[in-house]
Ligand binder design. Structure first.
Ligand SMILES: [Zn+2]
Length: 447
């Protein structure tokens, strides 16, 4: 059976045909390690983990590369605010990110390169682009000259004349044209720097991925992935740099992007102030629940994150753990079972099948099949005891309980019964739940 994927380069669902059956390459943009990852960041981790598993099931040699961006303006800003070095900050956040990956039961990619360990390759690529006439230096900055690359805008369907400066594109008087983007920029005093032909400075973010994907996967490879917000300018710029520096017609053949996570239909993003950090879930909810919740919508669809979703996933797993058994051997899954995943990673379809397999397993039929199918997508990886332990922690209060107590408290406050409101707040605090009133809303988190 063939794998089908929605390719953003063509806007079509396409049969996946590898460049070389014996050598599959996938590059996914990893985190900029300036702050702990939130649930929105967790989605690509799980989506591409499933794609990695599926590719490995079909092909022998799959290389999955996910970078760590450990030099960036946001990192410099955040390290200043925290009064620590950029190295201290990026080490701390990288550690927390890797713990999150483990908590979500994501396999390690084949390579996890750090940007700061590949600066020489970025300088080399910048030199190459200048030599070939695609980039220019001005006042210690180096820019890519967008109009020199006629295919620019193909991925994001943008026309050159409509281009406006993207979120991470700096406005600068050093540029020839406003759409040009930075490859190299000088570092100010107290900022990390590397020596280059253009003075002490650092690479632009887009260049990092172009240089690292080339090192580990070559000039052309199969799949490039990331969140939908990376299409423009980041991925568009990666394509421009890589194709011009390497003089190829193709960079990656398939561009796969996952949709956002929303909360009350608003995108979850740090800039929106509505983020839920993954690490805050770790002590209270099993990573299995979070993982199942992240798989509950197709990756191309927005996923609304709410407590009801978590409650549903918790009770599904509770049920499934009833037939869990440690000594059952894993069996190889047939194409029929895996079919929804082969069809553009249809995780909700696969989960629907798991429900059916569970019904049979619960009556003593084909338990191995059910458990193997769960394990294939990274579920039921904890043993029963670990699962029960999480439940014990959770038993003191459920998410639904929390919400209804907050409702009661808000009613009490509306009735000016502040004594009752405070009593409810303290009660929640005793159960490990902190609440905060902000902009007319009550937010809560586990201590
Ligand atoms: Zn990237």
């Amino acid at each position: 059976m063939d794998i089908f994927l929605t390719n953003n380069l063509t806007n079509k669902k396409e049969r996946f045909v590898p460049r070389d059956n014996k050598n599959i390459g996938m590059y996914v943009c990893g985190p900029t390690v300036y702050d702990d990852p939130h649930i929105g960041n967790a989605r690509p981790l799980v989506v591409f983990d499933i794609l990695f598993k599926l590719l490995k099931n079909k092909f022998d040699n799959v290389s999955y590369v996910r970078n760590i961006t450990d030099i960036d303006d946001k990192i410099i800003k955040s390290s200043r605010e925290q009064k620590i070095s950029t190295k201290e900050l990026t080490d701390k956040v990288t550690k927390s990110f890797l713990e999150d990956c483990k908590y979500l039961n994501c396999e390690n990619p084949t390579h996890q390169p750090k940007a700061t360990e590949h600066i020489d390759l970025m300088i080399e690529m910048t030199n190459e682009l200048i030599k070939k006439g695609f980039a220019y230096e001005n006042n210690r900055h180096v820019y890519f000259e967008v109009k020199k690359f006629s295919d620019y805008g193909q991925l994001s369907n943008k026309k050159l004349e409509d281009l406006i400066a993207g979120s991470r594109v700096e406005i600068s008087e050093n540029k020839k044209n406003s759409e040009d983007f930075v490859l190299w920029k000088p570092s100010n005093k107290d900022e990390p720097f590397w020596d280059s032909p253009w003075g002490k400075g650092r690479p632009g973010w887009h260049l990092e991925c172009s240089a690292m994907s080339k090192k580990f996967l070559g000039k052309e490879f199969d799949i490039h992935g990331g969140g939908i917000d990376l299409v423009f300018p980041h991925h568009e710029n990666e394509i421009a740099q890589s194709r011009c520096a390497n003089q190829t017609k193709v960079f990656a053949n398939y561009w796969i992007h996952n949709a956002f996570i929303t909360m009350s239909n608003e995108k979850m993003a740090k800039s929106q102030g509505n983020i839920l950090k993954i690490k805050n879930f770790r002590k209270k909810i099993s990573g299995q629940v979070i993982r199942l919740a992240l798989m509950s919508a197709h990756y191309k669809q927005p996923l609304d994150w709410n407590n009801k979703l978590l409650d549903n996933c918790q009770s599904t797993l509770d049920k499934w753990y009833r037939v869990y058994s440690q000594d059952i051997k894993s069996i190889k899954l047939t194409d029929e079972i895996l079919k929804p995943l082969y069809e553009d990673l249809n995780t909700p379809g696969y989960i629907a099948n798991l429900h059916q397999l569970y019904e049979k397993a619960n009556m003593g039929q084909n338990k191995e099949l059910f458990l193997s199918a769960c394990k294939f997508i990274g579920l039921l990886n904890e043993n029963k005891e670990q699962w029960e332990n999480y439940k014990k922690i959770n038993a003191s209060i459920t998410v639904t309980d929390i919400e209804s107590k907050i409702d009661l408290r808000n009613k009490a406050r509306a009735n000016k019964d502040y004594k009752e409101a405070d009593r409810i707040r303290d009660d929640l605090l005793n159960k490990g739940v902190l609440i905060e009133d902000k902009d007319g809303k009550t937010l809560w988190k586990f201590k």
